[in-house]
Design a protein around this ligand. Sequence first.
Ligand code: SF4
Ligand code: SF4
Length: 444
Amino acid sequence: MTPNNSSRPLTFKGGIHPSKDGKALSRAAAVREAPLLAEYQLIVQQNVGAPPELLVKAGDELKKGQLVAKAGGFVSVPLHSPTSGKVKEISRIPGPMGVPVQAVIIVADGNDEWGELMPPLDWKTAEPQAVRDRVRDAGIVGMGGAAFPTHVKLSPPPDKKIDCLILNGAECEPYLTADHRLMVEFPEKVLRGAALLGRALGVKDIFIGVEVNKPDAIEILSSQAAGFGVKIVALQVKYPQGAEKHLISAITGREVPTGGLPMDVGCVVQNVGSTAAAADAVLEGKPLIDRIVTVTGEPVKTPGNWRLKLGTPVAEAIRFAGGVTCEPGKVILGGPMMGFAQKSLEVTVMKNTSGILLMKKDDIIQYQSTACIRCGKCLDACPMNLQPGSLSAAIESEKFDLAAKNNVMDCVECGSCAYICPAHRPLVQHFRRAKAEIRNRSKK
Ligand code: SF4
Ligand code: SF4
């Protein structure tokens, strides 16, 4: 397959262009290794799906990479120690969603010594099932933010014929540059991982979609891609270009049906970070214990990209970046569009923490929401062809059946409608509430 026939960078219908992209703060900052901390606070559930089952208790000695929790089911992944040391306690710490979560508190011994690694596999000859098993055993999830177990996406049901793997290198969220630096500094790892995941799925076509605001990444990946059977696709800069359905639409022209999944149109989408982690797992036998995180925002003294171990407190990550030049008005895990504001700096880095963004007080504008003026701007912005204004009105009137009928479950919570809305309607909050309500009702 050749990508959508066009000489111009590809894109999807709808979406927005956020006024401030903030990537200049950190895009040139090479990835730096973080110094070893005295203590890590490893949140136990870092995946969507079943929580992993703890295997350790206070007082246990750990090696780096040692299994700390095993997968709690098929849609679950194991968890591994980010360093060598001793379990101080199993505790509850502030979680990224504002409620306390279970965590393993590990006191580092300062040696950062690996335990026994899994045996390396040959990337050219590894069996598809061996790749899937290794990706699962290494605890890999969607590192772009979704945290969905990667091995599940590599195991489509037999009736779904998958012919295309798409890697998301769009990194369309403002301010974030972790994937950009990964592609520029570790292109071979991304490409080998792409070939491995393609082998696991048995696909011929493997694409990496990269927005044109990363010309160095496009150039370096393109110069090596053919040797791995991978094609690099230049994408227009638009939000949310990296969402699964929009990547598929832009690159293949296929449209995932309402209520459907990428596999319904023969596609699987993976993040480039997860793909590089798969390469580490298969080729070096390493589990996922750290990741590249963009620590950025105007208040940060030295914005940049850091390789942080899982369990690193946000406060320490900010300290690595030189601290702050002014008191931040908001701290967000992830980007400004889909990230989550944090009440506590004690929250720690997880497998899906792509960024730590500090915003200035002046940049936090508290809008007063007013009535919908029926301008229709949200209709144009919505990449899922929804009608955000009328959906929101239905939800405000508690008409959840109507919202369901009008496909609120297709909302990817990208925030494009809320960003563009002149009445500052709390649209995404409405859609999240409706989706939770509809899911609860379907369980009864
Ligand atoms: S309705 Fe959902 S998918 Fe559409 S723009 Fe709003 S948040 Fe994004
Ligand atoms: S953009 Fe806002 S004001 Fe305009 S139609 Fe949509 S919800 Fe209403």
